[in-house]
Design a binder for this molecule. Sequence first.
Ligand code: UD1
Length: 417
Amino acid sequence: MQQIVMQGGTALHGRVEVSGAKNAALPLMAAALLTESPCDITNMPDLGDIRTFSMLLRQFGAHVEALGSGKMRIQARSFASVEAPYDLVKTMRASVLVLGPLVARCGQARVSLPGGCAIGARPIDQHLEGIRALGADITLDHGYVYARAQRLRGADIHLRMPTVTGTENLMMAAALAAGRSRIHPAAREPEVVCLAEVLTCMGARVTGAGTDTIEIEGVSCLQPFQCTVIPDRIEAGTFAIAAAITGGKVEVAHCRPGHLEAVIQQLRAVGVRVEADDSTLYVERRGLLRPVNITTTPYPGFPTDMQAQMMALMTLARGTSIIRETVFENRFMHVAELRRMGAQIDVRGNTARVHGQDALTGAQLMATDLRASAGLILAGLAAQGETVVSRMYHLDRGYEHIEKKLVALGAKIWRQG
Ligand code: UD1
């Protein structure tokens, strides 16, 4: 099993380019199922999750072709199967994004229930309620959801919470439904806006994306699309913290600073210098880190996907920081690993109190999920001595060439095994 090894304590310097966002790319790949003609997506990141989703689409009979330089062509002319099997869904929960497009286009879908994952129960009840509201008949059988509908019809969908993939699934289903649909409260994440733009290119009329109410006028047939995946705001934020935690100076290029306002605001509160232009963050840390209070919330709030990385940074602040996780129920798995590096963190319920100190020490660590792995890598870059992080497959699901990018910034980091 592959491990990442780091010799910590080197300040990072230089320029890094952010890749396309996994969380934007996956719904775009699912949207290609809505039309029989070829769709082209550029700025695709080379990641484990993208390969898994490609396998899933191929299993339906779709033609998925990597054209080089981050370009992918997907054509779902006809369907050999409408089943998303357990083996794929369990490794990648976002596989559930095929449910809406399959029911809308093929009139049926059989998708494995994702089950629990490292960061909590993560049910899909809101996806199912929404598809049912659009007129599908839903049954649960042997761990699978079976959804059927002659033709979906537009509806008012009231969600219990603004789920990101739930909103995306329902937008795609509604794009081929007869009449108008309304989703409320809709997720406001940039990845949802990216999908809305693509559905509009395809011929559906989508308004309100980026607000908490999205309206979609469905059509009977959608056109193919060509689009570019937006930059990964979580990867950009992770590199910004890499500069901050090592006391370095890094230009984080090819990103959209406008998608990172909550993160930039907290980094400035901590004492990190952050300047931004249209597509680059200039991040520098010279002085001591100040403690902060952070609560994760849906966009435009502080992202749960940046919580582990920010916690790593706060272990080195002068004083006690309070981090509240309100999006997922069990997203402090990295705490036990950070403690093994000497971090002092108390957890009570959804709140962590991080008592900052002068230094962390390198240790053998185990990654538990994608973003927790990123937090551990950041801690290892700043720690004294050697850190070894195992179960790197978590990181490879969502960070493209991370150690190469860090090496280019001067980090002493390599892969073994
Ligand atoms: C997406 C992101 C993930 C990010 C998360 C929150 C993708 C592929 N993944 O995940 O990186 O951490 O948003 O920003 O885009 N919930 C329910 N019932 C549902 C759906 C969700 O109870 O039917 C709950 C979840 O358990 C969680 C909360 O709602 O507590 C938000 O989850 P959601 O926005 O759905 O996250 P994902 O879309 O899975």
